[in-house]
Design a protein around this ligand. Structure first.
Ligand code: SF4
Length: 352
């Protein structure tokens, strides 16, 4: 038994505790100059029939695993005894990605699902609603269903459509904002304007989604750091999402922006310069969001040599903890630059 599982999901989505279901394949835009995730892989709009079949397959796997649990006297509980019993019959099950995904998800309580890939909201709303309704009906134990989507698509959807999708069972969406600066958005070919980002973000909030917006410190490089910081704060202030998550920019080999970096057209900031950009962004940020540094590229060092920011998925609650974050940034600026991890050195070492 198998179903479609993709590669990517946000780290905050419960690790192996989330069921992964691929509702579309790859990215329908696939033009951002900094992104290598789906390059070379064409977008596939999956049929509702195929996705529903995948959901039914998951349900059948759940029933089989529970049946084994009952047979060995575990009363339907999912634990290591059940895994041992399953592997004693088929030792290769562990290498089956679908089985591993379903078993881990059940082991951790079977509560959350993440719908892959890059922009689930691209599905025609009635079809997306049909999929969500089927998912919720077939796996009623789910208490959170989440997905990635693009701001542009959110802006294109009517509020009533987004509300209906929310009511059909999609709880949380993750959006790659990257920057709120229109010049940088054009340069990185994000395919959206800051006005559309605001429109899409506000609509998502009005529809009742829990919204995570991801921004990319240093995406404008030394050349455009201030406009990047100020305009990103401006857009996020308008949206006021539940979560703002920092994903510092890393030029990845094989992307167009890497060529800009390698040929000297784009200059990456030093660790202190990145902190100064962050300081301007945070100073300008007036939100009630959780501001998160939940990725290992937020790798600045504190005075004791540990991580400057918590990697916690809930981050720092604003406005209450805004002074704390600004204090941490000031602390990071007093730490000698050589003690911070420098992205340029990691790139030169070939570690990224
Ligand atoms: S929209 Fe997202 S997944 Fe698609 S190319 Fe841009 S960053 Fe990559």
């Amino acid at each position: 038994m198998s179903f479609a599982v993709g590669v990517y999901r946000p780290p905050s989505e419960g690790g192996s505790a989330s069921l992964l279901l691929r509702v579309t394949e790859n990215c329908p835009w696939n033009k951002c100059t900094f992104c290598e995730m789906y390059k070379g892989h064409p977008f596939v709009y999956r049929s509702v029939k195929d996705i529903k079949k995948d959901i039914d397959t998951v349900k059948a796997m759940v029933e089989e695993i529970e049946e084994v649990s009952r047979k060995i006297g575990q009363a339907g509980k999912i634990n290591r005894e059940v895994l041992r019993a399953l592997l004693s019959v088929d030792p290769y099950l562990n290498e089956n990605q679908c089985f591993s995904n379903v078993f881990s998800w059940m082991y951790y309580g079977g509560r959350t699902a993440f719908l892959q890939d890059a922009n689930s909201m691209i599905m025609r709303p009635p079809e997306f609603i049909e999929v969500l309704t089927h998912l919720r009906k077939t796996l009623p134990g789910l208490n959170r269903v989440t997905s990635y989507t693009r701001s542009k698509t959110l802006a294109q959807r009517k509020l009533e459509e987004l509300t209906a999708i929310r009511q059909a069972g999609l709880d949380r969406i993750h959006v790659g904002l990257e920057t709120g600066d229109d010049e940088i958005l054009r340069l990185v070919r994000k395919g959206v304007t800051s006005a559309e980002q605001i429109e899409g973000g506000k609509k998502a909030m009005a529809a009742g989604f829990q919204l995570s917006e991801y921004w990319m410190p240093d995406l404008g490089g030394r050349e455009r750091w201030r406009q990047h910081a100020e305009n990103t704060a401006r857009v996020l202030n308008e949206i006021n999402p539940h979560y703002i998550r920092s994903r510092p920019f890393v030029p990845r080999q094989g992307t167009e922006i890497f060529d800009d970096y390698a040929s000297g057209r784009l200059h990456i900031s030093s660790p202190h310069e990145r902190l100064q950009e962050l300081q301007v962004m945070i100073e300008n940020l007036n939100v009630t969001s959780h501001v998160c540094f939940d990725h290992n590229m937020n790798s600045w060092t504190n005075r004791q040599g540990g991580l400057l920011f918590s990697l916690d998925y809930e981050g720092y609650k604003f406005p209450e903890e805004k002074p704390r974050v600004l204090e941490l940034i000031r602390e990071g600026l007093t730490v000698d630059e050589s003690r911070h991890i420098d992205i340029k050195e990691l790139i030169a070492l070939g570690s990224l």
